[in-house]
Design a protein around this ligand. Structure first.
Ligand code: ADP
Ligand code: MG
Length: 685
């Protein structure tokens, strides 16, 4: 026993006091070796620092030291329930400390003793309901106590004792994985010191410094993997260097009916650089609804054609395909390009002819649904693939489309603003371009939040809009986990509105249980103003463009996430006329109220998505199932976002420097990478 072998395979039974039984319980917690134990970090800290009651808010948890000023009085109620009350003199305050169900403390607390108690402070009644009692004066050493996640019979204090022992006897097995230059650059603690301070913080400030080190370490290691994967994919992708014609592109952009916004120019340059490079582009283009992604895609597609290639644009629904085909033709046909639409409704001879032309290279740009990825669709030379609303396509569909050309560049577009933090992590291996500026002169959608009992007035407002020839969406209650109930709700509202608008306006109904053909039909009728009011569940298509719709009413808005509300709201505000969005909501919580309020305050999708992430946490942002977010032990993607950015930039610079692959000082990090498998192009977990 107790032979000190600097070996990370050392089992925990080598720590004094840990026997077989304890070892088994620790195994349950994922702790097998001494190093596992040393690296088993607390998930939070209990703050036992003394505070002046003057500064403590009502209901806050507080620790105070006081002198016992009365004999404790014990009262029983029920069989096992009791209440012990004692007066304490805390500074200038004479307060009451109340202990529930701890009758044995009566003997331990004596008049004139000095005791320390922690609990909830009732400011009005001047009472502390004690949660934690220390018989004696306040002990500064225990000011700040790490709290671990535990299993079995192991107690927090026991675990700490073992960790202390492990530190005493084996701290030299902790090795540094960050090179000195980085530690110095960011003034980070050594790994060994940081571990010690996480378990036995000398002060909150020391704990913070320790935590800062681990946040950086976790992010850096994660980003190194991402950046290495990205480099690997680029270099093994055999993309095509597209030698586009800069002069022609300039003439084309000058011919557009409006100047590009600064953000549009920037992303066009980012995309162009990728297309020109021999690596294959794998880029995500993010831009809020209406930020002008279509023009950017058009310029990219045009560039590809000037380089002698064809382009494809894939969208998730037929309606969107038709809309895109229209707007792309409008932009590209005058410039001499031939644009074609391929959906499942293009059949028979027309389809055969189209495919022939495509194969001959007579079609420059093909736009369509997943009909584009059927086997018999052959391009002459596909150079660029753009997909819109990328989250609607599966990974496989994107891959099939990509494999249609030699190695076409790929641009994914999405209108779902993803907070930068998440974009860095989820799409870490992709390049991300962001359009964060709206074209000038856009009318902001006016959003109001009101309660359900104002519905008659809201309907009056809607009437006025309809009377001016406009159209309206009515989005129906969302009932979680129950598609059936959602549909029923939509049907109920639909029936009410049928009666309300009878003989004046036509009302349509849209929900997830309709056949795809029926959905298309309803949308088509709404598009052509054959229907004026569309009652819908949230299935109302992302990206659908009916500029004449200026009014949206959302029932039970408190049940939607901010990002979803923003997406829904984006169906209006697409034309010249002022648009309105009314949120009917009665949120019960402060967070819920906050969400409604912020909807009325901003139209900026990125601001909303950041806020959403803050309020909901990363796991919930994408929905649990598809989140695929990495888990960090210490770091928090939302709050440590700045560190994430720094780590990302550092990782990127390192991976792309020659020095990193040669200099011995980066040896540990290189080892980490080769062990993680990314250098062989293996999938990340
Ligand atoms: P989205 O990003 O939602 O796809 P679109 O590309 O459909 O946005 O653009 C929305 C509207 O804004 C279109 O009518 C488009 O013509 C117009 N638009 C795009 N870029 C600009 C610009 N730079 N200046 C003015 N209008 C623009
Ligand atoms: Mg669009």
């Amino acid at each position: 026993m107790n032979v000190k072998i600097p070996n990370e395979g050392l089992t925990i039974q080598n720590v004094k006091g840990i026997g077989e039984e304890t070892a088994l319980q620790m195994n349950q917690m994922g702790i097998y070796t001494v190093l596992d134990l040393l690296e088993y970090l607390p998930y939070r800290f209990e703050d036992y620092r003394l505070r002046d009651l003057e500064e403590v808010a009502h209901d806050e948890r507080v620790t105070v030291e006081g002198k016992v000023h009365s004999e404790p009085s014990l009262m029983y109620f029920g069989r096992k329930k009791s209440r012990l009350t004692v007066r304490l003199l805390v500074g200038r305050y004479l307060i009451q400390a109340v202990f529930f169900n701890q009758p044995y403390l009566k003997k331990k607390i004596n008049l004139h003793d000095t005791v320390t108690v922690t609990g909830k402070w009732d400011k009005n009644r001047q009472v502390i309901t004690v949660q934690h009692f220390t018989g004696g004066p306040h002990n500064k050493d225990g000011d700040f106590e790490p709290v671990y996640s535990l299993k079995g019979n192991i107690k927090n204090q026991t675990l700490r004792k073992f960790i202390k022992k492990a530190f005493d006897d084996y701290h030299e097995i902790i090795t540094e994985n960050l090179p000195g230059v980085l530690l110095e650059k960011y003034k980070l603690m050594s790994r060994s010191d940081a571990l010690y301070q996480m378990h036995f913080p000398a002060s909150p400030a020391d704990m913070k410094q320790a935590r800062r080190r681990f946040v950086y370490e976790e992010f850096l290691l994660f980003q190194l993997k991402m950046q290495a994967l990205r480099k690997f994919e680029r270099e093994h992708s055999n993309g095509t260097a597209q030698h586009y014609d800069v002069e022609k592109i300039k003439v084309f952009t000058d011919s557009l009916p409006f100047p590009l916004t600064g953000a549009q120019k920037r992303v066009v340059n980012e995309i162009s650089a990728d297309m020109k490079s021999p690596f294959r582009m794998n880029r995500l283009l993010q831009g809020d609804v209406g930020s002008g992604k279509t023009v950017v895609a058009a310029i990219a597609l045009f560039s590809s054609v000037t380089a002698g290639y064809q382009g494809a644009l894939m969208v998730p629904t037929e309606i969107l395909a038709e809309q895109h085909a229209d707007s792309m033709s409008e932009l590209l046909t005058p410039a001499g390009l031939s644009v074609a639409l391929l959906t499942s409704s293009v059949k028979g001879k027309r389809r055969r002819l189209l495919l022939e032309k495509l194969k001959e290279g007579e079609i420059d740009i093909l736009i369509g649904t997943h009909a584009l990825i059927q086997e018999d669709v052959e391009f002459k030379s596909l150079g660029l693939v753009v997909t819109d609303e990328q989250h609607r396509f599966g990974v496989n569909q994107r891959r099939v489309l990509r494999e249609k050309g030699e190695s076409p560049d790929v641009l994914f577009m999405t209108a779902t603003p993803i907070p930068r933090t998440l974009a860095i992590t989820v799409f870490g291996e992709m390049d991300v371009s962001i359009i964060d500026e709206m074209p000038a002169g856009r009318k902001e959608i006016e959003t109001y939040w009101t309660k359900a009992d104002t519905l008659p007035r809201v309907l009056g407002f809607m009437d006025k809009e309809l009377d001016q020839g406009r159209q309206a969406y009515v989005i129906c209650p969302l009932i979680e986990e129950s598609d059936k109930l959602d549909v029923q709700n939509a049907i109920d509202v639909y029936n009410q509105l049928l009666v309300y608008f009878e003989g004046r306006y036509k009302v349509g109904l849209m929900h997830g249980r309709l056949h795809p053909d029926e959905k298309e039909e309803v949308m088509r009728r709404f598009s052509s103003n054959d229907i004026q009011v569309l009652v819908s569940t949230t299935v109302v298509e992302v990206g659908v463009n009916v500029p004449n719709a200026t009014f949206m009413l959302i029932y039970d808005a408190e049940r939607f996430g901010l990002s979803q509300l923003h997406q829904l709201r984006g169906r209006v505000g697409r034309g010249e006329n002022q648009s309105y969005c009314i949120l009917l909501a009665e949120p019960k919580t402060e967070v819920g109220k906050e969400r409604m309020k912020i909807m009325t305050e901003t139209n900026d999708g990125f601001v909303l998505s950041e806020k959403d992430l803050e309020l909901r946490g990363p796991g919930d942002f994408f929905g649990k199932k598809q989140s695929g977010l990495p888990e960090f032990k210490v770091a928090d993607m939302v709050h440590d976002y700045r560190a994430l950015e720094v780590a990302r930039d550092d990782a990127s610079a390192l991976i792309n420097s020659k020095d990193f692959w040669e200099d011995p000082q980066w040896g540990q990090l290189r080892l980490f990478l080769s062990e993680s498998g990314v250098m062989k192009g293996e999938k990340l977990d």
